[in-house]
Write a protein of this length. Structure first.
Lengths: 490, 479
């Protein structure tokens, strides 16, 4: 049996039935990483000995009759999730030597469930980017075609899942950083509602937009991971004290009713937009027909402030980032410039040498936009726009259950193609930013392929805390398209 | 030209919660550097602040005690600047939406009488850490124990006009915060800190003049002196026809003057914006009511109660209630005494005299309330005379021994045995024949001389009530 081909759900079942061991499963992934990750570069660190020890411990749990869904399941963590005793770089030179003394709440949940943390995945530095080219270490490559980017910023996690290096991975999504790489890599990416998952231990990029979520091979796997990581955390004031349903109920709902009774909204502003790749449009049109075939009604809805989303996002996120990243000053931990003349000199050199170009760009934008005399025109105005975007979504969800949209205007682009053009790069986030600005959940499921054979995802968004609808519709689409059976050949 | 000073005060008071405002580290003062720290208050990557409810309760208490309106919804902002004692690169503070506004304090001064000083706002924030400079090694060391200790900043309206009013306002505010038990008020350790804003304007003019901000005011006296100096300095500047420069000035108590901080501190742009890691702070009526129900007695109420319950003068009651700990000392001491007035007098004169002389506050009194009460008890039951009591008190202050032991060991019980006193009187009369003769020839003022001689022999133990008739009859006898 090729263990790496198993989905999380399948592997979990086989582990529970003691048909496979976590040690075998973990070894098969480690071997695969050994053989193939040089070509993909999805991992920043893999701790084999640790992973094998965890796998052994998990097998003992199972032998003792203490099997849970995640016992012995190898998972990968985006390298901005703090892992106790394990280097956490955020893809930055700044934290090259940083070893946290604490686990992120999501990491702790995996550890408590006796999951196996197999490694830390590559990412755009401090989650700023859409291609994983902004990693201070190396760019990650798209497993479907290594000349292409995997998307970003959770490109390492998406590539690792697509390349079958782990059962599942966690990413973080501030403006599309889970959904867009999932789309580019042909896997499932779910950004939960803001507040659904604790952010404790996630190194913040933009606190009011960041959310941790699963990147998996199937919608079922995503629902299972969400079951584990969702819920209020007293260590995160912004995590919602909300009941957590069993998200796999969405699968049962589809199996029972299809999508009948569901209304799917098509945002008219999205499709009139210029620059959408015809392959992306074709995949989207196919998906629209599909949901209708599955019993859903489609209705045109309006998100009138869509044209301001990119501008508002690229004010708010950099403003928060400029403050969130102030702690990287060379005083307490991480990189410190050598031989500074004085305090100011140490700050300047530490931050100029420790941060990459894109991070510095966003810090400067945010610092400027928060400055006296500019605050009202930039941060103030962007916050107003954000409130309007939220209102747009609330209104849209009065007439529909989910929104159907592309994930990105184009399939994955070539490595290096857009690195000198940050503005064009920012514009590729147009379809994913809104969900973060409105705080609503969004999912990307594989929807088809481009003429060049690159995956193209389909995005669905739902009202706040209605991830169940996304699981139901996403599972329906996956089941009908059968794309989860396709693998990239490495 | 006549100038009117316009003064506003900003007070930073550390709240005496057991743990910090956004993490569960202890706030204990004096621990080894960086012992009271965790990933949250040292600004490690990925950690998040969680608001300490107790700090909010204390802030509400302070707001109620200063007659503020409490905001149903307030918010925390980030004040961004780089400094090594600020591990996150920003301080979490309430800038745009503070927890309380529109309060006031009533003060009284000798010259201007009663006056109401407005309180603009009270907001919550976290304290920064401390830098320890080591010039010998050319290093600066960072101690983050204080980082994240909860503070409230209490900002007054510019209603203050004189140094005395500033002093009265601060003393009142200080007393109240100690009364309601939210701040220990220790100015040396920095748990109660004050900055003063001061400007002058021509008498009768409405618009404010240019202000300076005074820092490093570590005692009430410093505040008053610094303001007095600054009024004179600014008056001089304006009279010369020059303009006051808006700047921060440091009070130098040794030189008795304020010095410009120019060059050291540039105009900061703090880039305040709402902290996205925290949710709005909602304080509902229920919470406010709970705090109000548990509000300790405030100074004015206590003073009124002292006057009516103990029949104290307004003046004595004022002194005894100025400090909660002194008021507590008094009430503990007089619990079992019948002559409360006598005890009050002893506290306001003898005890406070001793404390002032030694530069101590009542919490560090060498004489405990218990021992003090025992001393007053000996006095009330006439076991010792007032003169002996003074000696015993001094002994208590010196050695910390209890009054009963001192009296016993030194044999200071009052001598009221009339036979013994008669023998003593006779001896004194024999020893001083000239004075006896002078007395008998009409110099009756010498009576106190004989009293003094007998007291000297008895070391003050003679009971004046028994002694006086004996001495009188002996002197007038053998005429
Ligand atoms: Zn702490």
């Amino acid at each position: 049996m090729d263990l790496h081909t198993l989905t999380l759900a399948q592997a979990s079942r086989l582990l529970g039935e003691k048909k496979i061991s976590s040690l075998e499963l973990t070894r098969s992934f480690l071997d695969r990483i050994d053989t193939h990750d040089d070509a993909i570069n999805s991992f920043l660190s893999v701790d084999k000995a640790d992973a094998l020890a965890l796998a052994k411990a998990a097998d003992q749990q199972i032998a003792a009759g203490k099997h849970t869904v995640f016992t012995g399941i190898p998972v990968a963590m985006k390298d901005l999730l703090c892992t106790r005793g394990m280097r956490t770089t955020c893809g930055s030179k700044m934290l090259d030597n940083f070893i946290p003394r604490y686990d992120a709440t999501v990491v702790e949940k995996f550890k408590q469930a006796h999951g196996v943390i197999i490694g830390k995945t590559n990412m755009d530095e401090f989650a700023m980017g859409s291609s994983t080219e902004n990693s201070a270490y190396f760019p990650t490559k798209n497993p479907w075609n290594t000349d292409y980017v995997p998307g970003g910023s959770s490109g390492g996690s998406a590539a690792a899942v697509a390349a079958r290096f782990c059962c599942a991975a966690l990413g973080s999504d501030t403006g599309g950083s889970i959904r867009q790489p999932a789309s580019h890599c042909g896997v499932v990416g779910l950004k939960p509602t803001y507040g659904r998952v604790s952010r404790f231990g996630l190194v913040s990029y933009a606190s009011s937009l960041d959310q941790i979520g699963p990147i998996t091979r199937t919608v079922e796997d995503a629902a299972m991971v969400l079951n584990l990581i969702a819920g209020h955390d007293p260590k995160d004031s912004t995590s919602a004290p909300k009941d957590v349903p069993d998200f796999t109920d969405g699968l049962a709902a589809f199996d029972r009713d299809g999508l009948s009774g569901m209304t799917v909204g098509i945002p008219k502003e999205y499709l009139g937009m210029e620059g959408i790749d015809p392959d992306v449009l074709a995949v989207f049109e196919n998906a629209r027909r599909l949901v209708e075939d599955l019993g859903a009604a489609t209705v045109e809805v309006s998100l009138p402030h869509t044209q301001y989303v990119v501008a508002a996002y690229y004010i708010i996120a950099p403003c928060e980032a400029s403050s969130n990243l102030a702690r990287f000053d060379g005083v307490k931990y991480g990189f410190r410039a050598e031989q500074p003349r004085d305090l100011m000199d140490m700050y300047k050199h530490t931050r100029s040498e420790g941060f990459g170009q894109e991070v510095q760009r966003r810090i400067i934008i945010g610092t400027y936009a928060l400055s006296a005399g500019y605050y009202d025109a930039y941060y103030g105005k962007a916050s107003q726009v954000r409130a309007m975007i939220m209102a747009d979504f609330s209104k849209a969800f009065e007439t529909c259950d989910i929104l159907l949209a592309p994930v990105a205007p184009t399939p994955a682009f070539r490595i290096g193609e857009k690195t000198d053009d940050p503005l064009t790069m920012y514009l590729t986030d147009i379809f994913t930013l809104s969900a973060n600005m409105a705080g609503v959940p969004g999912i990307s499921v594989p929807g088809g392929f481009s003429a060049k054979g690159l995956p193209i995802g389909i995005q669905m968004m739902a009202g706040r805390f209605d991830e169940l609808s996304l699981v139901r519709a996403g599972y329906g689409m996956e089941k009908s398209l059968g794309l989860d059976q396709l693998f990239p050949t490495l | 030209m006549e100038f009117e000073p316009v003064i506003g005060l900003e007070v930073h008071a550390q709240l005496k919660t057991e743990t910090k405002i956004f993490c569960s580290c202890t706030t204990t003062f004096g621990n080894a550097p960086n012992a009271n720290t965790c990933p949250v208050c040292t600004g490690m990557p990925g950690v998040l602040p969680v608001l300490n409810k107790k700090a909010v309760t204390f802030a509400i208490r302070a707001a109620l005690a200063t007659h503020c309106t409490i905001a149903e919804e307030s918010r925390f902002d980030r004040k961004n600047y780089f400094y090594p004692d600020l591990p996150k690169g920003y301080q979490i503070s309430q800038y745009a939406a503070p927890i309380a506004e529109h309060g006031h304090l009533d003060i009284a001064t000798d010259r201007t009488g009663e006056k109401t000083i407005g309180i603009t706002r009270i907001h919550m924030e976290e304290d920064a850490g401390k830098l320890i400079h080591d010039p010998a090694r050319g290093k600066s060391l960072v101690d983050l124990n204080r980082t994240g200790v909860p503070l409230i900043e209490i900002v007054s309206e510019p209603d203050i006009r004189t140094p005395a009013e500033a002093g009265a306002y601060l003393r009142k505010l200080h007393a109240i915060l100690k009364y309601i038990d939210v701040c220990d008020g220790n100015m040396e350790e920095g748990s109660f800190r004050c900055d003063a804003n001061i400007s002058l304007r021509p008498a009768g003019q409405q618009a404010f003049g240019t202000r300076t901000e005074l820092k490093n005011l570590n005692s009430f006296r410093h505040v008053e002196n610094a303001i007095q100096y600054e009024i004179e300095r600014q008056t001089h500047v304006l009279e010369q026809g020059d303009a006051v420069i808006q700047e921060t000035r440091l009070w130098d108590p040794a030189k008795n003057k304020t010095m410009s901080m120019r060059g050291k501190e540039q105009a900061h742009d703090y880039r305040y914006f709402p902290d996205p890691d925290l949710v709005p702070l909602i304080v509902d009526q229920h919470w406010i009511q709970q705090v109000a129900d548990q509000m300790p007695e405030l100074p004015e109420a206590k003073k009124a109660r002292f006057i009516s319950r103990y029949q104290l003068s307004d003046y004595d009651a004022g002194i005894l209630t100025a400090d909660i700990h002194l008021a507590d000392f008094f009430e503990a001491a007089v619990a079992d005494l019948s002559n409360v007035k006598q005890a009050a007098n002893w506290i306001t004169t003898t005890l406070l005299g001793l404390l002032n002389a030694r530069g101590l506050d009542i919490t560090r009194s060498p004489v405990s309330a218990n021992d003090f009460a025992a001393l007053m008890g000996l006095l009330e039951s006439q076991k010792i005379t007032a003169a002996v009591a003074k000696t015993v008190f001094e002994e208590m202050a010196q050695t910390g021994a209890d009054p009963g032991t001192i009296v016993q060991q030194k044999g200071l019980e009052q001598v009221s045995d009339s036979l013994a006193l008669q023998t003593l009187v006779d001896a004194v009369l024999v020893e001083n024949p000239d004075e006896v003769a002078a007395f008998r020839s009409g110099k009756t003022k010498l009576f106190s001389f004989f009293m003094g001689q007998i007291m000297k022999k008895t070391r003050g133990k003679a009971d004046p009530k028994t002694l006086t008739p004996i001495l009188q009859s002996r002197l007038h006898q053998e005429k």
